[in-house]
Design a protein around this ligand. Structure first.
Ligand code: PMV
Length: 299
């Protein structure tokens, strides 16, 4: 038996613009998904297409137990984390000698297959390696880690990334003169943010600007506006939607002392708050004791 876990992710800057080759910054976050894989002769039926494809692509069979701290379908990369953790556990349990790079590559193949082509390699990369990641021209690079205090607000409004990406694409096709400057402005905010990682007030201001630019692209939602405003009134340096928009989650960059106040403000505005910070480990093996507890608890 082998248990591995993998983190979720948020976009700090540049979502949607990255689809057009602009830079973006994503960060692995503390909430994780743990997956235990055990070699068994007659495994029971698996009802996750992600896990099913992990076994299919690696050519082995086994039983699986999942425990997730990440809400699904909310833009926090839970499907990527499940896939990365499952592949890592399979790799360990069946001694496949896959390297991190292989895990990230296969995980992306799985996501592409399950999501019928429209998957982002960012989620699987961030979940595999952890840390702060710069995306540019469809390549990903690990940046030095930063200890940002982040509060996530989940609107609990479901959204479909593929539909939102398609919507922005259509807006751009029909209105390039309007949309291209918005994408250029998002690029500028992302680039300037990288020069201001140590100036949280400025960084927060850039988050606010990035949020407005995403709204201008048409991917806002009243519930996101409500949570973003609540977080700002609660003392955040700045706040923005994270990921595809149209629902899903927002993030607030906070002074350490205001984390709880911002989380309470988000909850008072009917959001589900998660206080978090960067995860720098990526996929990691969980120790034996934890694995035993995990199985005993039937999780
Ligand atoms: O909603 P998420 O977390 O899957 O983020 C989507 C980010 C986009 O930039 C909109 C799409 C992408 O592939 O990068």
């Amino acid at each position: 038996m082998a248990t591995w876990s993998a983190p979720g992710k948020v976009f700090l800057f540049g979502e949607h613009a990255v689809v057009y080759g602009k830079p973006g910054i994503a960060m692995a976050i503390k909430p994780r998904v743990s997956v235990t894989v055990r070699k068994v002769r007659n495994p029971s039926k698996i009802n996750s297409p992600y896990i099913e494809n992990c076994f299919e692509l690696t050519g082995v069979t086994g039983s699986v137990y999942i425990h997730s701290q990440l809400p699904s379908s909310s833009g926090l990369g839970s499907s990527a984390a499940v896939t990365v953790a499952t592949l890592s556990a399979i790799n360990d349990e069946f001694n496949l000698s896959l390297e991190k790079k292989d895990i990230a590559d296969i995980a992306y193949q799985v996501e592409k297959k399950v999501q019928r082509g429209r998957a982002s390699p960012t989620d699987t990369f961030v979940s595999t390696y952890g840390g702060l990641i710069l995306i540019k021209d469809n390549k990903r690079r690990i940046l030095p880690p930063e200890n940002f205090n982040i509060v996530i607000g989940n609107t609990l409004v479901s959204h479909k990334t593929s539909e939102l990406v398609e919507m922005v694409g259509e807006f751009r096709r029909t209105n390039p003169l309007v949309v291209d400057p918005i994408l250029n402005a998002i690029e500028a905010v992302t680039i300037r943010s990288m020069h201001n990682f140590n100036n949280l007030k400025v960084l927060g201001r850039y988050m606010d600007v990035n949020h407005s630019l995403l709204e201008a692209l048409g991917v806002g939602h009243p519930a996101l506006t409500r949570l973003v405003n609540a977080a700002r009134s609660g003392g955040a340096y700045g706040a923005k939607m994270t990921g595809a928009g149209g629902g899903g989650c927002m993030i607030a960059l906070c002074p350490k002392r205001s984390k709880s106040r911002v989380a309470a403000a988000i909850e008072a505005a009917d959001g589900k708050a998660i206080i978090t910070t960067i995860d720098t480990e990526g996929a990691r093996r969980e120790d034996d004791d934890e694995r035993e507890d995990y199985i005993k608890a039937g999780r």
